[in-house]
Write a protein that binds this ligand. Structure first.
Ligand SMILES: *Cc1c(COP(=O)(O)O)cnc(C)c1O
Length: 379
């Protein structure tokens, strides 16, 4: 059996999305900036995609800026706000569990003289609203807190944070990448200023994403050149992939409920199967306030490198937040934020499922883990 269970890293591209991309690539190749008929045809496809996306997320079309993915969107949101507003202060707030495309940008800004507060999280991976309240200063420019965590699935209280920031000068950015397709997103109701999305986490292609920028948000645009994206992000738009992203977004949004029911069932089946196999494990994150597709488990009998290798050989494709560099395992920064220095940060695996996974598959994974456990006991 071959089981891909690494959907938080990337998904396959849905067949209808492939069809959409192929159609646009072959039939609508015009440059959206050309004013002749062929260019206008490309522009029409681009405009259509933008309105579908805006409508699905409840934003206005001009609030959507197409980018090359979440890394670029996060860079644009954070640097754009920091540079544009630095006359009002130098203080920025984020968390210690952000994706590296957020964390490394803040580290760079610190080197440039900005003052950054990294909010801690508790053992379940949640920030505290009180700690955020205490961290806020009159000169805070930006609060960037991810919506759903990509390693442990924890969902932060975005509405409470937005409420807290309502009367503060600080702008609010959230990396919403992992929530798309799992939570209905109404950006207006969320009350955020900036929201990051990338297509390849919801059955769209890699290398395309967007940044929602609320109307009138003061931001310095980073990519200079032509007048694309109303002068906010230069470079000829990848119309085919943008159309594919719109299709993918429509599809996952229609299926949120059915898919979440299936995913919750898979998570429970997986946990039951591990328990009935008598495999020792503990969950990282929260069983309830969580993204349904992510299950991160601590196995106190094997380091991840060994486990991932054996699972791979047995056709199970999963990952961990830890990076393997030159044979040694770097502990996950997310698990370190939750547990401090502990073997747990190097003995945990992230399983991320999709509506395409089956109960048989998760039971198979549990059986493979059971074998590894038995093997380790005999050693
Ligand atoms: C995957 C991911 C990113 C990066 O997306 P890219 O498309 O690789 O730029 C950023 N944030 C989160 C939470 C992610 O899961």
């Amino acid at each position: 059996m071959k089981v891909y269970a690494d959907y938080a890293a990337t998904t396959n591209v849905a067949p209808d999305v492939v069809a959409e991309i192929t159609k646009v690539l072959s039939d609508h190749f015009g440059n959206a900036s050309s004013i002749h008929n062929v260019g206008r045809d490309g522009r029409r496809i681009l405009d259509q995609a933008r309105s579908i996306i805006a409508k699905t997320l409840n934003a206005t079309p001009r609030e959507i800026i197409f980018t090359s993915g979440a890394t670029e969107s996060n860079n644009l949101a954070i640097k754009g706000v920091a540079y544009q507003n630095q006359h009002m202060g130098k203080h920025l707030i984020t968390t210690s569990i952000e994706h590296h495309s957020v964390l490394h940008v803040f580290e760079q800004l610190e080197k440039e003289g900005f003052d950054v507060t990294y909010l801690p999280v508790d053992a379940k991976g949640f920030i505290s609203i009180d700690t955020l309240k205490q961290a806020l200063r009159d000169d805070t420019l930006l609060v960037s807190i991810m919506f759903g965590n990509n390693e442990v699935g924890t969902v932060q209280p975005i509405d409470e944070i937005a409420e807290l920031l309502k009367d503060h000068q600080a702008l609010f950015h959230t990396d919403g990448v992992q929530t798309i397709g799992h939570m209905p997103i109404d950006i207006k109701a969320l009350n955020v200023d900036l929201f990051t999305v990338t297509a390849h986490k919801f059955y769209g292609p890699k290398g395309v994403g967007l940044l929602y920028v609320k109307d009138k948000t003061p931001i310095q645009f980073q990519q200079l050149g032509g007048a694309q994206e109303t002068k906010r992000r230069a470079g000829t738009e990848n119309i085919a992939y943008i159309a594919g992203m719109a299709k993918a977004l429509e599809l996952v949004t229609e299926n949120i409920e059915a898919s979440n029911v299936h995913l919750a069932n898979l998570k429970q089946t997986f946990i039951n199967a591990l328990q009935s196999n008598e495999v020792p494990f503990e969950m990282n994150g929260d069983m309830n306030i969580t993204l349904p597709h992510i299950t991160n488990l601590y196995f106190p009998f094997s380091d991840v490198e060994k486990m991932l290798t054996i699972l791979d050989m047995n056709g199970v494709y999963v990952s961990s937040g830890s990076a393997c560099t030159a044979g040694s395992i770097e502990p996950s920064h997310v698990l370190t934020a939750m547990f401090g220095e502990h073997p747990r940060t190097k003995q945990s695996i992230r399983f991320s499922f999709s509506h395409q996974n089956t109960e048989e598959e998760v039971v198979y994974i549990a059986e493979q883990i059971k074998k590894i456990y038995e093997m380790n006991r005999k050693e």
